[in-house]
Ligand binder design. Structure first.
Ligand code: NAP
Length: 265
């Protein structure tokens, strides 16, 4: 971490803010972390396996005069969730002298292919553990540390606004995230904390690498969006930065679609 950059870069939009982005080693989480750090937030990069990518991101942020550090934790288990909370508190206290957090982005997630008939119990349990149980218990642990006026952004998906039977369990996990976002917005409103669900359509990440590697599939996906193309991680990060910043202070309990107008009817 760069010396003298406590609480990020003062004078920028998110200067003085501390952010945690889960699953920030690649894909959407990486782009969000980079964007928040550029806006001045002290950004904690959480990852599971991709240590080299997470460290490379920390270096990229520090190279641009930002401040970041990385924490490893497998959010598929309670032990991993507890590890993230423990390491976060220890690290923030050591680096910033306070365990306070301003922005929590629950982004880490996995896909799960399978209709109702084709989904195994193991696949169901795994996708619910990472996509639902982890954000729930992470929030349970971190909401008391979140400063008043804070921001929570939970990654939802287009698949909760349209029917997508091929990923039944995955779609259900994101439905749970929408409900969690709504009820927490009510609970945390008195503290000035906003809670929103951010819902990308098909974005060009590892999660869709197989799908988009087929040119026919790619053309089909492009045709779903009113804007006629596949979305980028930077476009999701732009929306996340809006929800994380002061301009969204009167927006809470909402589902923000970031799908380039897919399935408009
Ligand atoms: N891509 C899309 O089209 C799309 C659309 C709608 C919603 N979303 C949602 O957006 C979020 C990010 O998606 P993405 O496409 O950027 O995914 P991605 O490229 O596959 O990256 C997933 C991230 O989550 C982390 N992760 C996965 N399993 C984990 C676990 N058990 N414990 C801790 N971390 C774990 C990964 O860490 P490692 O790199 O260390 O493995 C990685 O950083 C997800 O919640 C996803 O459901 C994505």
């Amino acid at each position: 971490m760069n010396a003298g950059l406590e609480y990020g870069i003062q004078g920028r939009r998110l200067g003085g803010k501390v952010a945690l982005v889960t699953g920030a080693s690649r894909g959407i989480g990486r782009a969000i972390a980079l964007r928040l750090a550029r806006e001045g937030a002290f950004t904690v990069i959480h990852y599971r396996h991709e240590e080299a990518s997470a460290q490379a991101l920390v270096e990229e942020i520090e190279g641009a005069s930002g401040a970041a550090w990385a924490i490893q934790a497998d959010l598929g288990t309670m032990t991993g969730i507890e590890r993230l909370v423990r390491e976060l508190e220890k690290g923030l206290l050591g680096r910033l002298g306070s365990t306070g957090l301003d922005i929590l982005i629950n982004n880490a997630g996995i896909a799960s292919q399978g209709t109702l008939g084709a989904t195994t119990e193991a696949a169901f349990d795994e996708v619910f553990a990472v996509n639902v149980k982890a954000p729930f218990f992470l929030l349970q642990a971190l909401v008391p540390r979140l400063r008043d006026g804070g921001r929570i952004i939970n990654l939802s998906s287009l698949v909760t606004r349209m029917a997508y039977p091929p990923e039944a369990a995955y779609a259900m996990t994101k439905g749970a995230i929408d409900t969690l976002s709504l009820l927490l917005a009510k609970e945390l409103g008195p503290r000035g904390i906003t809670v929103n669900a951010l819902a990308p359509g098909v974005i060009d990440t590892d999660m869709n690498a197989q799908l988009l590697s087929d040119s026919g599939n790619r053309r089909y996906v492009e045709s779903l969006s009113a804007l006629g193309r596949v979305g980028t991680v930077e476009e999701v990060a732009d929306a996340a930065a809006f929800l994380a910043g002061p301009d969204s202070r009167w927006i809470t309990g909402q589902y923000l679609d970031v799908s380039g107008g897919s399935f408009l009817g």
